[in-house]
Every structure is written in C-alpha cells, then in structure tokens.
Design a protein around this ligand. Sequence first.
Ligand code: ADP
Ligand code: MG
Length: 713
Amino acid sequence: MPTETYRVKGMHCASCASIIEKTFEKIPGVHSAEVNYGTEKVKLNFDKTQTNPKDLSKKIEPLGYSLNLEHDHMRMDHGDIKGLQMKVISAIPMAIISIFLMVSGVMIPYLLPIMATYVLLILGKPYLLGVYRFLRYGKANMDTLIGIGTSVAFVYSLFVKPIYFDITIIVITFIALGKYLEARSKIKTGDAIEKLLNLQAKTALVIRSGKEVEISVNEVVHGDQIVVKPGAKIPVDGIITEGSSYIDESMVTGEPMPAQKKIGDSVVSGTINTSGSFTFKATKVGSETLLAQIIKMVEDAQGSRAPIQALADKISSVFVPIVLVIAFLTLGVWFFLGYGSMGLVSFVGVLVIACPCTLGLATPTAIIVGVGKGAKEGILIKDAATLEKLHKVDTVIVDKTGTITIGKPTLVDINLSPEFISILASLEKKSEHPIAHAVVNYAEEKLARRSLGKGGNIVLKDVSNFESIQGKGLKGFIDNTEYFAGNVKLISDLGISFDASKIEEFTAQGKTPVILATKEKVLGFVMVADEIKPESKQAVADLHKLGIKVVMLTGDDEKAARHMASLVGIDDVVAHVLPQDKLAKIKELQSQGRMVAMAGDGVNDAPALAQADVGIAMGTGTDVAIESAGITLLGGDISKLVKAIRLSKITMRGIKQNLFWAFIYNIVGIPLAAGVFYPIFGWLLNPIFAGLAMAFSSVSVVGNSLRLKTMKI
Ligand code: ADP
Ligand code: MG
C-alpha cells in the first residue's frame, strides 16, 4: 500500500498531531497516519478504493484542520504567518496599555473590556474554536486550554467582577506572539529543503533536430543531448559527450573544490558549471536524478520520528486531559477553602502554563535542522532513528577498497607476456570488481598504443562459462581451457602449488596480487595497487579521538590489508573475509554489546550494511545506493563520517536540552500556578507570567534547535 504525504493546515501544537492521527485512524480504509508537528505533514497509508484525500480532509475540517492537497505545495506557508503577524502587531499596543494600567492602578472606563473583547475574538479565535471543539466533539488540545483559561477570565470579569480583563489581553497577546515567532523560526529550520529545491534548474538547453532549444526540465528525456553554457546549472544527471569544464558540486556533495570533468565523466543535476562549456547525454531525469533523490530523502528524514520522541508524544497525548483535571481540581480546592478569586487565577494560570506545545517541538525541530545540516555537507541521513543511533556508535567497520583507498586501483609491477595479459584481461572484462577495471584499463591502453603503431600485441578473446567466485576471483573458458584469476585463496582451493613467498615482497607494500592459473598450474601474477585517500588518516585519528574503535574488514590479502591499515592508523584488521563473513563479524561485535556502524561501497556490501546498526554508503558520482544505507556520504569522503557522528551528537544534545526545557516549565510551572507553594512561601504564578513563560519556552526551544545550524561539526 503506498504512503502519501500531505501538508496539514491549522496545527497549533503537538496534541493537535495526536488528535489528527486518532481521527484518521478511525476512518475505514486508513491503515496508518503519522503526523509530524515539526514539518506540519501527515504520512497517510490508506486504501484508495475505500477513501480519498478529499474525504480525509473533510473528516478533520470540523476540528479546525485540513489537508493541503496540492502536491507542489509541501512547504510551509508564508501566507499563514503574514496573517498572524498583522494580528499580533495590532494586539501588542493593547497589551502594553493593559500592563501600564495594571501597574499604575489608573482606571479608564470601558477601555479594558473593549480591548479584551477585541483580543479574545480576533487574536484568540483559534482558542475559542478550541473550546467550541471541546464542547462539541470532546476533543481538547492546547487551544482548548488557552481558550478555557482566557475566556473564563473574560466572562468572570464581564459578569462578576471586572478585574481580569488584563489577563485575557496579555496572555493571548504573549501566546500569539510566541506562536508567531515560533512559526517564523520553524520555517528557518526547514530551509535546507528550500535551498535544495532552488538548486534545480527550471529549463534545459537540448539539441533537437540539430538545433539548440530551451525546454522545461520536466520535458527532458533519457538520451537527450544537453548543452551546458558557462555559469549554467546542470539540469539532469548524465555523461559528458563533448567538451570539458570544471564543475562546482559543493551544493550537492559539500566538496568545496570544483571538479574537473571531461568526456565520459558523469555530471549531476543541481551542480554548477564554471567557465567551460560542454554537451552531455541525459541518463537520469525527473525523479531519478541524484538531486531529486536527495530532496526526497531529506524530506522523508525530516518528517520521520526519532525514537527519543516517543516519550514526549505519549506525554503530550495524555497531557491535555490531565491538565484540565488539575485545573478544575485547583479551582475546586481553592473555592472549597473559601478563596474563590484565588482559585480562578490559579485555574487560568495552570491552563496557560501547562500547554504541551513545546514538548511537541523539542525533537522534530532539532531533527529537521540536523538532517538539513547534514545534507548541506553531503551527508544524507535516511531517517531520524538513524541520526539518533549514530551518536551511540562505538565501533566503525570500514571496507578497504573505495572507503579507505580511492577504489581505483592500477596495475603495477608487470613484466609478463602480452599473451598472459590478453587472457587475464579477457576474463576480467566480464567482471565489475575494481581490480578488474585495473586490468582491463591497462590492456585497453596497450591496445590503443598498438593502434598508434607502438608495439604490444594484446588480443581480447571470447570467454565462455564465465563465473565470478565471491571474495576470491573469477573463472572462465578461453579456447577450451579453463582459467582462474584471483587471490591466494582461490589458488589454494584449486589445490595447486604456489610459492607465496614470491608475492610477499609486494603485499608487504600493500599491493594486491591477481594470480592467473589453469586447473593444473599457476601461469603467473600481476599486482594491483590502490592509493589511500588523502583524508583517511585524519578521519581514523578523529574517530579514535571520539573514542571509536576502527576495524578494517576486507576480502583482500592479509599482508596487503595490514600494510594499508597501518598507514592510516587502523590497528584492527580482518582480512580474507568473504561477504557473508563480514555479516558474521558484525553480528559477533554486536553480541559483545557494541554499537556498530559499517562503511562500505553499498553495492557488494549491502547485506553487511543492513546488519550493522548504522549502514554507511560511500557514494561516488551518480551511482549512489541511497536506498540501501542509513547514511550516504556523497563524494565518498570518509572524513564526512566523523562529521556525521558529531552531527548526531550535537543534534541529540540539542534534543535533550529541548526536552529538559519543555518539561521543566511544566514541572515547576504547574504546582506554582496551582498555588501549591502559596500557603508556605506566598508564591503564586500570575497567569500573565504563565503566558510569557509559554511564549518564551516555545521560542527558546525552536531557537535552541536553530542554534545547531551554526555549530561546527
Ligand atoms: P573487498 O570488497 O573487501 O575487496 P571482495 O569480496 O570484493 O572484497 O574481493 C576479495 C578479494 O577477491 C579481492 O581482494 C581479490 O583478491 C579477489 N577478487 C575479487 N574479484 C576479483 C577479480 N575480478 N579479479 C581478481 N581478483 C578478484
Ligand atoms: Mg568490495
């Protein structure tokens, strides 16, 4: 069943989220509904034959909410905020006058009741609606609490004693001001998506019947030849067919330096051409492009729920009724004791201070900022749970090829006959392994030289019954002879003799052997060497500094792996592992109580990535296996793993601070407002201060989340 995401209008608080969820889940045909107050979106899983989005929206409309059904309109509404801003501005002078009158004791007839009526009816409308919904449908949320508090003060002042009009005015103004500031900051927390969307080019210059025509980027199809002029955005993903240039990929991958791109290199949408100009063939368009996938992933992740939020959600869903009970109890007790007006003040104070609003903001706003900040650095996080888990990781497992090394090995130390190379290259041409590319590239270069008349007589031959042997190499028939190519393990499996000491001199330097053999004997070997990435050493050191154990897990030769590991400071190496053994090794570490992150290329390491607590795919170019891993590091830069862990740590710290501030207001505020300390210390929370505290708490929580944006990782 497909899940659809819609923006929800009219949410004021976390308890709104649970009201909407519960309402949806009762509708026949709806399997699940997940509302996120932070992003103001709902993820709906429903049976299209039984219901539709329009009907679903109708079901929540009486409660004061609706679904925004235009898919393009997923971003937060700036329009809603403008309206709120006008109302808040109109109310502020009235609040100031009320405070002045209250402090000075000056009386101006009719002024307070008139102002209170205006503020309650105009600015306080959502809260009055909250009271109405409570009376009509029995559903209470934050609006209900504020609504009951302020309207009770108003009605009491109007009919009994005109002493609490100022409370109505000031409390509503403060809370509306808080809401306004919160809404404004909330937009800022989500602006990473906006920035990513802005990277998308609107049009593309394509060659159609020999002419350059500008078309909408949505009309670009696979195979289109696209012309990119200096300074232009790359509209879709593809491969350069003509020309060359430097391309600024910083917005997508976080790499600061423009990368040189020539014929055959891949380009991705959303990156910016510098001064050259080139033509490329579109290979990925529309929702397949890297940028489209990044946007989708960031949106999904920002909307997902972190496990740490579960407690806050549970609390805010039962909070409102509990607070109502406490408020009425307070009123009753004071009344019973003979302090009626005291009871009324406490009643209003409890309702105002106890709003669970901040609780609902604490986690999502930090997650939104954290995920967005990651995306900016080329760290793509699949969901909030992954971001949460990452801060607890104590063991990082790295693959050698492509993670610690560049992953583009080359052939070295070859003094073998062209016949030998011909057979090996013919076999390797069938393989996708980086080692295979090294061999094939070498052979093809030789072939190209021959066409220039520079000697070499390599011939690529037909291979039949080709098979790759996992973790060891490959085999295949050429001219009725069966050949094997691979590592020492493969040769020992064949049961033929090989003097391993011959390769030790090379493996000690970190080089990997490729041995060619028939069933009967070894024909010879070549060595491939891969370069260590410049950032690997620092990244390993940084991981150690964070107290994280780094283990290299590789299918490569033990000696070669140890040499490479020692160069970057990794002390724990497990070599000669088959892909299925990688899985077992991870399980073993997990059973020792370790929290394991595994960084690999995401293609042949997929099962291990899935087994790890956090799977980290090293993405390069357009072939990013975004779906398979919890975290994708664009540009395949291992130092981003350190940043990702730091990001997780600061985000989690931010969430915990937020939750603390959200709870502390309620824990201290409720008894204070109820007058529990009054008999002993004479302390009572004036509802006006409760309103101020409310406004301040939501602003401070969102502000604290926003602060994460500027923190260095
Ligand atoms: P890793 O990803 O850790 O390198 P693999 O399972 O991909 O692990 O490969 C393990 C080893 O198997 C390689 O180091 C190499 O020795 C051998 N091997 C795999 N594929 C080939 C190939 N196409 N040609 C030669 N050797 C190969
Ligand atoms: Mg591999």
